[in-house]
Ligand binder design. Structure first.
Ligand code: ATP
Ligand code: MG
Ligand code: MG
Length: 585
């Protein structure tokens, strides 16, 4: 079945038709540079860049950098790299802060048009004016709303010049607070400018003590960049009215018309259950946290929760840097997100659904190699020199993936601990004393004759002979003389529960639900020497410049990639996904 093109039919196609056809398509992806992007953002990127591409338009990357207290250089760089990794090139990279001067001028203009005022009410007072805690009470104006234009102008300049501390003055838009028929809270005199305490901005330095809000900034920056379709998630549905209100108030848009100025439309978020995506929660996993818990007798106990993952790119997380490090191909991720489609409804998926989609992508695209996670040496006692050879084995038995590798065979091979049993039984088909098993791609089968154990009681060596019996099954193996030692890591869910978002994130209860086996490391794993050839091949012909990971299917085990780091000179392998869904957990 050919998936529907999300840009040619359905929600996105309707949005496209809402604008006159002579308006060039210009979109933007507008992240706040205050964290690493996660899998949900991948949808926003695919929608905005994809929409522009589908309609021969352009897409901006706009850093929405209006909150200096939370921004950091590392996020700017990471966001840029991840977009590139996903295969998109911004038409231009812009910053909301590029426009701080113009925004300030427009704020003054808004005051002059009697559509904004400086207000000194406290947060509690403003909440009351807006109908109280449930927004349902009567609404009313404060005395500042009707102050003379000149006074607001002077006070706004005083805000700019540092006269006020945070919370002492706001510029508020004069919307419809006092209209009893206006039911949309986004129209109840939203703040446009605020005084910020920690006000060192990474681009404008200490120039500004006041910063514009999202509601003031976003629609105006869209106008400056001549954005045609400003697509965002449905939490902003109610903001569409205030978006248009401000643009109309400043003549950037004609009321009830899409002829001129940008147009906001809202699509459903992508949520992934079985993991967490919230910045604050991931941060607790990355950095650890000290929580305070109040007992019933009023005493407070402090609990120190250490970091639970190695960093923001730990392969167990669903940030895009983590998915990249885990080895998920960018193309597989995009296929998946596009396959889910775009509507205005929330899309909830399970991590297992993503995994199965990645599995079917990798099945058609990566070579196969033998990896032994838990090696036991097998000595084939009667193998002669004539049996020792180099086998030529295709990367894919069905030859869908081109190429082949040299596999060495000598009289000593490693097999996996899980493929041997000390005691045979009739329903068991792999290796056991007196039982015959086939070795994949080897012309003869083997039968175990004896085994020995080390001091800890673990089987350390199996003696075997060539066997004429027909094997019931074939197992994978790696030649001892040419084996490459590697460290292999498998990843499982970080939490025992399927819905970690419902855990207690306030008082640290989530820490009790961490899965102690979310990462399993095989320190003594071995892989066939073909991995080294694959690495060499890859360095000469990287499959894509932006994605230089070596990936393969480990026979009977899972899909793996080579991690960018090493452990004591040994290659580290990350399991991307298992070969089949593990139904046991
Ligand atoms: P979060 O709160 O989840 O960390 P955010 O909304 O603060 O994310 P922004 O940097 O504001 O992140 O997001 C940039 C763009 O990505 C916005 O247009 C936002 O609507 C969109 N976006 C964020 N999360 C999702 C999601 N889960 N699904 C689809 N789009 C998303
Ligand atoms: Mg945000
Ligand atoms: Mg958000």
């Amino acid at each position: 079945k050919v998936p529907a093109n999300v840009f040619e039919e359905g929600w996105l196609a309707r949005v496209y038709r809402e604008k006159p056809s002579n308006v060039p398509v210009r979109t933007r992806f507008p992240p706040e540079p205050n964290g690493f992007l996660h899998i949900g953002h991948c949808k926003a990127i695919a929608v905005n860049f994809g929409f522009a591409k589908a309609h021969s338009g352009v897409c901006f990357l706009r850093y929405d950098d209006t909150n200096p207290a939370k921004e950091d250089e590392i996020y700017f760089t990471s966001i840029r790299e991840i977009i590139q990794w996903l295969g998109f090139e911004p038409y231009k990279i812009t910053y909301s802060s590029d426009h701080f001067d113009r925004l300030y001028q427009l704020a003054e203009e808004l005051i002059r048009r009697d559509k904004a005022y400086v207000c000194h009410c406290s947060r509690e007072e403003v909440n009351l004016q807006r109908g109280g805690p449930d927004n349902r009470g009567p609404r009313y104006a404060c005395e500042h709303r009707e102050r003379p234009i000149e006074e607001s102008l002077a006070e706004f300049q005083a805000m700019r010049d540092g006269k006020y501390a945070p919370g002492e003055a706001y510029l508020r838009m004069k919307q419809s607070l006092t209209d009893p028929n206006e039911g949309n809270p986004q129209m109840w005199d939203l703040p446009a400018y605020r005084v910020v305490e920690k006000n060192h901005h990474h681009r404008t330095g200490l120039k500004w003590k006041i910063y514009p809000t999202y509601d003031f900034t976003h629609c105006l920056c869209d106008s400056f960049e001549e954005i045609s379709h400003s697509m965002c998630t449905t939490e902003f549905q109610q903001s569409r009215v205030s978006y248009d209100w401000l643009l109309e108030a400043l003549d950037f848009k004609v009321p009830k018309s899409e002829e001129r100025g940008p147009m906001q439309r809202e699509y459903g978020r992508l949520n992934v259950t079985g993991t967490i995506l919230s910045k604050r929660r991931i941060q607790m996993l990355v950095e650890g946290v000290t929580v305070e818990k109040k007992n019933s007798d009023g005493t407070v106990v402090k609990k120190i929760i250490p970091p639970s993952v190695r960093g923001w790119d730990d392969p167990r997380l669903y940030t895009l840097v983590a998915l990249r490090r885990r080895g998920i191909p960018a193309k597989a991720l995009l296929n998946f997100v596009e396959g889910l489609g775009v509507t205005d409804a929330l899309t909830e998926i399970q991590t297992t659904r993503l995994e199965s989609s990645i599995r079917s992508y990798l099945e058609r695209s990566v070579p196969r190699l033998a990896l032994i996670l838990d090696p036991i040496k097998v000595v084939i006692e009667d193998a002669t020199e004539a049996d020792e050879r180099e086998l030529t084995v295709p990367y894919d038995p069905k030859r869908l993936i081109p190429g082949e590798r040299q596999v060495k065979l000598t009289r000593e091979v490693y097999i996996d601990g899980s493929d041997f049993r000390e005691e045979d039984s009739p329903e068991y088909f792999r290796l056991a004393p007196n039982k015959t098993v086939g070795l994949l791609n080897v012309p003869f089968a083997i039968r175990a004759v004896s085994f020995s154990k080390d001091s800890s009681g673990r089987v350390s060596e199996i003696r075997a002979v060539k066997s004429e019996d027909k094997p019931k099954t074939y197992i994978h193996w790696v030649d001892v003389s040419s084996a490459v030692k590697v460290v292999a890591r498998q990843y499982y869910s970080l939490f025992k529960t399927d819905s970690p978002n419902t855990l207690d994130w306030k008082e640290g209860g989530w820490a009790d639900d961490l899965n102690p086996n979310s990462e399993i490391t095989f320190k003594n794993a071995v892989i066939e020497k073909g991995l080294i050839d694959l690495v060499k091949l890859h360095s000469v012909h990287p499959s894509r410049a932006s994605d230089d990971l070596v990936r393969f299917q480990a026979l009977r085990t899972g899909y793996f990639c080579i991690d960018p780091e090493k452990e004591h000179d040994n290659i580290i392998l990350n399991q991307i996904v298992s070969l089949r869904e593990d139904k046991s957990k």
